[in-house]
Write a protein that binds this ligand. Structure first.
Ligand code: GLN
Ligand code: ZN
Length: 762
């Protein structure tokens, strides 16, 4: 007997049904009942899809984010929201999305909760807020309702929750001790919840403590020990789940945690399993994540069995099988991929295929490999083909990568020299204003794209239509009075997919959606082979846009590290190798833009930070190749060409050194949601080049006022010399409406004018 279970299922739906329902509900196009109905159908479908498993997850479904759900489950609702009228669900969406108002002082304005990455994934959670007044108050109604729903389907259930210590760790407070002071009262609520689950007849609950794969201070370790010391007394078995990495020194905590079962990510921590087993007590369960929940490659079933069989022989029914982590991070089903190259398709597995792989492995363990002989040989043959495939390997590219040298990543002169040359051409005022690249992706744009896909318009008609939109964007920006313009990215559905489609070595899914945050999904392209750039990818659009205006037009590219981090990456060579290939391909594009007369080129590295390993001790190695990749892409230009880069999210105090080494002339960054907190980094570290701290939170529909922008820039001026300050939004505007963008950018320009007057004499 081998128990199979799942840690979590993608909640958005194969066709993004949840996304569309949520957005319609927010726009008041459907009722709450209709939204609930869609959600219920999705849950039902997902449990149905997992019915062969011995335990199916409950509590993994969410209207926005499971960390926000946890906050609501335990009644940790920010004070500013508690004061609002409305239902619990209204409050929930208010924390998630904020609410617009023209003035921050206006009664109707509500600040959204901060959002940040879930460990090293591209999933974003809403950061729990803790103060010394935080009180917890269990409200398990929704969770228990889901449990009842699941049970109606006749399946054996296991509720999955973020564990108490990880929950605190993920949150925002004055300091760690403020968080940990809350632990006892939080634990009481967890205990009450576990009690309730037991009363519902539940035998297992899964508590996720992925912080166990990070470097923990003694205090956090103690918090884990004391928490589980008390939780394990509950009348329910606890499966404590870790994932995304190795436990390393935290293995020693396992005996002290004393729960009834552990889940370990056997993809990322395979070589630790033999070390972990001796730490287990007699009856403890070891759940192994044997199928990668983070990528889309088929599992090598034979090799997995090679190492898994001896473990099974030792542990017998104490061995459970699962994916390495929640399947939240992969698309749902390959069945819908009718257009992909069948050979490449045969190398892949999405969530449902991964569940099937687990079933096969479980069967092979229980009944012997003979019982699944056919599947195993098929799997072997298929992986062998992938290894040998000409589609994967290109000797010329491998050679080019081999010849990468330091010089390739160096600018001709230092910043102080370059900026003089750039400024003599660009002639920008103090506090230059710009945007991050994209303008609203309207229905019209999506229609044009879909018409092209369906063959309803020709390629040249498509180009004309897109050019019209570019012209509109340029016209608008000129009318606002922005200094450095962008073409608006209407030809891009997604900043990585766009380039992936034009690069060799990539394939695309039709329905490979993965939730990024709330209703936002991305369809990460798949890197299956060596990367090259057959022809220019952006030059036509950018030069057209430049032809419409005298203002400088920014060329707009996505950097190699971001392309890598937002793709599903091949697993048959180191990530660094793939990144260098991308860097060389993007470098050619940069040089072509320069050649075409573009004076400013922005290379977005929105995802550089999220590629950081979870453990600090591994950061430097990543940063070395990531920064070098960016430099290879960016720094082949002449001094007079200005390189910009953009990064989303605010915590980069700890990598500011590396960011400086990228040596971009201008960097634009997220700051408005965290009220310029980021700039503290510049107190200790003098960033040598120009910076545009975002002054407009584009994640929320709120329109920033002139005063709020002036105020933010003045705060920034405390840290950065005004000669090196730019004014721009936090990120691209593609998710916003024109009706929000127009007043916001007008306010931004007006703020710049006020500031120029004020600081002119400096
Ligand atoms: N240039 C991109 C845009 O404006 C950057 C997006 C991002 O950083 N995520 O949409
Ligand atoms: Zn951004």
């Amino acid at each position: 007997m081998v128990t199979t279970h799942n840690l979590g299922f993608p909640r958005i739906g194969v066709k993004r049904e949840l996304k569309f329902a949520l957005e319609s509900y927010w726009q008041r196009k459907i009722s709450l009942e209709e939204l609930q109905q869609t959600a219920q159908l999705l849950r039902k479908q997902h449990w149905q899809d997992q019915k062969q498993f011995d335990l199916i997850p409950v509590g993994d479904f969410s209207f926005y984010d499971h960390v926000l759900d946890t906050s609501f489950l335990f009644g940790n609702i920010p004070e500013r929201i508690q004061q609002q009228e409305g239902t619990r669900l209204d409050h929930y969406f208010q924390v998630a999305r904020g609410r617009s108002g023209s003035e921050k002082s206006c009664d109707c304005y509500i600040a959204a909760g901060e959002m940040t990455k879930w460990f090293d994934t591209n999933y974003h959670y809403i950061v729990p807020e803790f103060t010394k007044n935080t009180q917890f108050n269990l409200n398990s109604k929704t969770l228990l309702a889901h449990l009842t729903e699941a049970k109606k389907q006749g399946a054996k259930t296991k509720v999955v929750l973020v564990g108490p210590v990880t929950y605190l760790w993920l949150g925002k407070a004055q300091d760690d001790s403020q968080k940990l002071n809350l632990l006892p009262s939080l634990l009481k609520q967890y205990q009450a919840l576990l009690q309730e689950l037991a009363e519902q007849g539940e035998s297992w609950v899964q508590l996720d403590e992925p912080i166990l794969v990070t470097e923990l201070t003694e205090t956090w370790k103690q918090a884990l020990i004391s928490s589980y010391e008390s939780l394990k007394q509950a009348p329910i078995y606890i499966l404590l789940a870790t994932y995304f990495g190795k436990l390393k020194e935290n293995i020693e905590l396992l005996p002290e945690l004393g729960v009834q079962g552990f889940h370990v990510d056997a993809i990322h921590a395979r070589d630790e399993i033999q070390k972990i087993i001796p730490y287990l007590k007699d009856k403890q369960i070891l759940s192994l994540g044997v199928v990668n929940g983070r990528n889309i490659w088929k599992t090598d079933l034979n090799t997995t069995l090679d190492w898994l069989e001896p473990i099974y022989a030792t542990l017998k029914k104490r061995l459970w099988l699962a994916p390495s982590c929640s399947l939240l991070h992969v698309p749902v089903d390959l069945e819908h991929e009718s257009k992909m190259d069948p050979e490449i398709l045969s190398w892949l597995a999405f969530a449902l295929q991964k569940l099937e792989e687990i079933n096969i492995l479980a069967k092979a363990l229980k009944e012997g490999r003979e019982a699944v002989q056919e599947v195993l040989s098929e799997n072997r043959a298929c992986l062998e083909k992938r290894k040998q495939s000409k589609k994967v390997h290109n000797e010329q590219i491998k050679k080019a990568c081999h010849f990468i040298h330091d010089q390739l990543g160096k600018r001709q002169s230092v910043y102080s020299e370059r900026i003089k040359q750039q400024q003599s051409i660009l002639n920008l005022p103090l506090f230059p204003t710009t945007t991050i690249g994209s303008f609203p992706q309207t229905k019209n744009i999506r229609q044009i794209r879909s018409k092209l896909k369906k063959g309803e318009i020709t390629q040249s008609q498509y180009i004309e239509e897109i050019k019209d939109i570019i012209a509109y964007c340029v016209e608008q920006q000129e009318s606002f009075g922005l200094d450095v313009l962008v073409h608006g990215e209407p030809e891009r559905n997604d900043m990585v997919e766009y380039f992936g489609e034009l690069l060799q070595g990539y394939v695309f899914s039709q329905q490979g959606w993965v939730q990024s945050y709330g209703s936002r999904c991305v369809k990460p392209p798949i890197i299956y082979g060596d990367i090259s750039r057959p022809e220019p990818m952006t030059v036509e659009w950018i030069t057209y846009a430049q032809s419409l205006t005298k203002q400088p037009m920014k060329g707009m590219l996505t950097g190699p590290v971001t392309i890598l981090n937002w793709s599903f990456v091949r697993d048959d060579q180191p990530r660094s190798e793939t990144c260098y290939q991308l860097a060389l391909a993007m470098r050619q594009e940069v040089l072509d833009l320069e050649q075409a007369g573009i004076r400013i080129i922005q290379i977005d590295e929105a995802a550089l930070r999220e590629g950081l390993p979870l453990r600090r001790s591994e950061w430097q190695e990543y940063l070395d190749w990531a920064i070098q990749s960016f430099r290879i892409t960016a720094n082949g230009v002449q001094d007079k060409t200005q390189i910009h880069t953009h990064m989303c999210y605010s915590e980069f105090n700890d990598i500011i050194d590396a960011i400086a080494q990228m040596d971009a002339d201008v960097i634009t960054i997220e700051t408005s949601r965290s009220h310029m907190e980021l700039l503290k980094a510049f107190e200790a570290f003098e960033y040598p080049n120009s910076i545009g701290p975002g002054v407009y939170d584009i994640h929320s529909p709120n329109i920033p006022t002139v005063n709020s922008i002036v105020d933010l820039v003045q705060q920034a001026a405390n840290y950065i010399p005004i000669q090196r300050l730019w004014i721009n939004p936090d990120c691209g505007l593609k998710t916003r409406h024109w009706s929000e963008v127009v007043p916001s950018l007008k306010n931004m320009v007006q703020a710049a004018q006020i500031l120029r007057k004020k600081y002119e004499s400096y």
